[in-house]
Design a protein around this ligand. Structure first.
Ligand SMILES: Cc1cc2nc3c(=O)[nH]c(=O)nc-3n(C[C@H](O)[C@H](O)[C@H](O)COP(=O)(O)OP(=O)(O)OC[C@H]3O[C@@H](n4cnc5c(N)ncnc54)[C@H](O)[C@@H]3O)c2cc1C
Length: 383
């Protein structure tokens, strides 16, 4: 076992931290309050390789592994979880689906544009009536001549309103259940595709979340992604990797809130002493730091296993996502408590972490769904 980071990984963490503190930190609250998607910063992320972190250099990617990708997401989230969410949805959902399931022609067209940030990607699985039960997808694609005609709508798509590429799932064979859902690549100019409502959210407000709608959206067969009927099964593979990024996002969010709380506890005086001298506060800090460390280890282990070429990391990524997101919610809650009344005020950073963090126990499968996934894996492997 070797728990040490390589020199390159340490260097990468420093680089992302410097970038986040210089280019993101000064604008975090302004973007949050105005729900501004930080286009320029996201383009810069593309130039730095963060938008193509896990893809080979031949497609314009940075050729890194999931360990490095987790470092990038963690460091972005430490400063602004919204930016990390934009980068994660782009990388491990949209771009990865094209990388894993796309044919060479599709890879050549889309990957170099996505990995460099020239185009932004989004990934649409969730529907108003099919959330946790994503296999209950209702959006339908019907064969018409050589084309597909898509009707229906998706909800809660991260990056929808900024994306130049959307990967969306639609039923192509109602009789085949989960093997009857296919994936399609859609470019927003294609006829019959339009954007719907952009959500007004509790947190993650600099990332955009919205509806994508299809009415007689005609797609050439070349836009089918992967084998017909295998879009949902491919989605489950995509989510294995995606959940590692959400776990890393949780670690970074928790670390950001913890750092702020630790610093404040050493500055704030009550009863003539720094509040960090009270054992009640010290125990909170100790529990928070321990939880973060455990979450980071689980996240990096899942990432490392993926980098070793393990084809499925379903159990490990679901465990990392479940544990890290729940730890992060607790850490942000305790961080706000350490700030007292000032934690409730927008002049200090913890109220935003407290709002942002809640998404992490919901997106890419709720905590309840992670427990179902883990239990299914346990029951499958123990005779
Ligand atoms: C900000 C944001 C960004 C998102 N980005 C994307 C995106 O980019 N792409 C995308 O496709 N989706 C995205 N989502 C959707 C997200 O993945 C879903 O919200 C999530 O999967 C839950 O679905 P739901 O909201 O319909 O909740 P529901 O499925 O209606 O769940 C409601 C409650 O019931 C529980 N529940 C449901 N089924 C069970 C069960 N069998 N056993 C026990 N409990 C159960 C849930 O855990 C939850 O507590 C995003 C959501 C948000 C809020």
């Amino acid at each position: 076992m070797d728990f040490s980071f390589t020199g390159e990984q340490i260097q990468l963490r420093r680089q992302v931290r410097r970038f986040a503190e210089a280019e993101i930190a000064p604008h975090v609250m302004e973007w949050d309050e105005t729900q501004t998607f930080p286009v320029d910063v996201i383009r810069h992320c593309g130039q730095l390789g963060y938008l193509g972190a896990i893809f080979p250099e031949e497609y314009g990617g940075a050729g890194l592994g999931y360990v490095e990708y987790s470092i990038i997401i963690e460091e972005l989230a430490r400063v602004d979880p919204s930016v990390a969410l934009i980068v994660a949805a782009h990388n491990s959902l949209c771009t990865n689906h094209i990388y894993i399931a796309g044919n060479e022609e599709q890879k050549q067209r889309y990957l170099p544009r996505l990995t460099t940030g020239e185009w932004i990607g989004c990934w649409s699985l969730t529907e108003p009536e099919a959330g946790s039960d994503a296999g209950g997808t209702r959006t339908q694609a019907v064969r018409d001549g050589g084309d597909w005609v898509v009707n229906g709508g998706k909800t809660f798509t991260t990056n929808a309103h900024q994306a130049q590429v959307c990967v969306a799932m639609a039923v192509t064979d109602r009789t085949a259940a989960q093997h009857g859902i296919s994936a399609f690549i859609i470019e927003p100019g294609m006829p019959g595709f339009r954007l719907g409502k952009k959500e007004n959210k509790l947190g993650m407000r600099a990332s955009s979340t919205g509806e994508v709608l299809f009415s007689d959206c005609r797609l050439p067969d070349a836009q089918l992604l992967g084998k017909p009927g295998e879009g949902f099964v491919d989605s489950l593979r995509i989510l294995d990797g995606g959940r590692i990024s959400i776990a890393a996002l949780a670690v970074g969010t928790a670390q950001g809130a913890f750092d702020a709380a630790l610093k404040y506890s050493k500055q704030r005086k009550q009863f003539g002493r720094f509040i960090s001298e009270f054992q009640a506060i010290q125990f909170k800090l100790a529990d928070m730091a321990t939880g973060i460390e455990a979450a980071r280890l689980m996240t990096l282990r899942a990432a490392w296993l993926k980098d070793q070429g393990q084809t499925r990391v379903t159990r490990e990524s679901a465990m990392a996502k479940l544990f890290s997101s729940e730890v992060a919610v607790k850490v942000c809650d305790e961080a706000l408590q350490i700030f007292g009344g000032y934690g409730f005020i927008k002049d200090y950073p913890v109220e935003k972490f407290y709002r942002d963090v809640k998404l992490l126990t919901i997106g890419e499968g709720t905590s309840e769904i992670q427990r179902m996934v883990i239990a299914r894996q346990l029951l499958k492997t123990r005779e």
